[in-house]
Ligand binder design. Structure first.
Ligand SMILES: [Zn+2]
Length: 367
């Protein structure tokens, strides 16, 4: 799947001219539509050394290096939690070449200590400094260097300023590909130095067709109802739906936790917040918040228009809860959740936060 262009990006791709790129592009769009795949495809094409028109050719030396995470002129900067999204040697346990720090290391060492030693969801200052240090030298292959940063909103203030300085005086032969799910969280000064490229989400039919094709290619049997359900439960995020359908994400714990959370929410005013929080607090907070947010959205929408968007498979529970919950309180809670999401990157103790939210949820059912 790596380095392929998704059908819903073909138009955006055709509008790019590889020979006429600005020094920085900022790709933005909804979460889970494949922006990272697009960015990697672009990076690979820029570094491809084929003389053909069609780039990336996927067969030259440069393309091969890129695919295995060894291209010397490609720098991918992501938070620790996203390291696996960068190209890397896919054979696990293979004697890694020159020990590239921070790459491919993740899987082995975090299984046992997942709970206490959490991978950082920020891009660290050192990561940016290290990357930008050697940037004024000539690219190793003499052509171009590509620096990818995903997501830009994961930069802390100091790093954002370091990046800004570099963008103000862009080094020759270096192209920055920045990505963002949340354009509103990015310094306007950074934004204004990039060409903004809005990447579209696929239409529903397009997403369903693509998912069903991927599932088939993987040799997995899923009905079209399963695929439809996965897509709607992930809020239209094709990448999340695919991971869920293939069962290949390292998010198994997460989907268990969100299932548990949904079960708890279905208990309306009887929700046992203490037990629920105990069961789920180790899952990533953004996932829990999104689940809660979608559930409340469905409650609200059921109350207002009798419609359910995210969890049609849980219609009976949602209808029951919508009847019992006080509409004005539900609307207030919805705003609280949006606010919580805005601050989700701040390290609030998960357990305390999820307990507090579930207590608020229980309150929805009382006058
Ligand atoms: Zn190539």
């Amino acid at each position: 799947m790596k380095s392929s262009l998704f059908p819903w990006f073909e138009q955006s791709w055709s509008e790019l001219s590889l020979n006429n790129m600005p020094h920085a592009v900022l790709l933005h769009g909804q979460t889970g539509i494949g922006k990272m795949e697009f960015a990697l495809y672009l990076a690979k094409a820029l570094l491809c050394e084929s003389t053909e028109h069609q780039k990336p050719c996927c067969s030259c030396e440069a393309c091969h290096w890129f695919d295995t995470g060894n291209h010397p002129d490609f720098l991918g900067i992501v938070p620790e939690t996203m390291v696996s999204s960068l190209p890397h040697e896919h054979m696990e346990g293979s004697d890694s070449l020159e020990d590239k720090p921070k790459r491919g290391k993740k899987k082995s060492d975090d299984d046992s200590e997942k709970a206490d030693k959490k991978a950082s969801s920020f891009i660290k200052v050192e990561q940016i400094r290290e990357a930008l240090e050697g940037i004024n030298t000539t690219p190793h292959r003499g052509r171009q260097r590509v620096v990818l940063i995903n997501p830009v909103e994961a930069l802390q203030a100091v790093s954002a300023n370091t990046l800004l300085k570099t963008l103000e005086e862009p080094p020759a032969s270096t192209l920055f590909i920045l990505l963002s799910d949340r354009l509103d969280r990015i310094l306007p000064t950074i934004r204004s130095r990039c060409r903004l490229i809005a990447l579209p989400r696929p239409h529903k039919e397009q997403a369903l067709a693509w998912l069903s094709n991927q599932v088939q290619l993987a040799g997995i049997k899923k009905s079209s109802a399963d695929i439809d359900k996965a897509l709607s439960e992930s809020g239209g995020s094709v990448m999340d739906s695919l991971a869920q359908l293939l069962g290949v994400d390292d998010r198994e714990d997460t989907s268990q936790a969100t299932d548990f959370l949904l079960g708890a929410l279905a208990q309306a005013g009887q929700v046992n917040w203490l037990t629920a929080a105990e069961q789920i607090y180790k899952a990533p907070m953004p996932d829990l918040l999104i689940t809660l947010e979608r559930w409340i959205f469905d409650l609200l929408s059921q109350q207002q228009s009798g419609q359910i968007r995210y969890y049609p498979s849980r219609q009976i529970d949602i209808e029951k809860c919508a009847k019992l919950a006080r509409p004005n309180k539900v609307a207030g809670f919805w705003r609280t959740l949006l606010d919580a999401r805005r601050h989700e990157l701040h390290a609030l103790a998960n357990r305390v936060q999820i307990e507090a939210l579930l207590i608020r949820y229980q309150e929805l059912y009382k006058d």
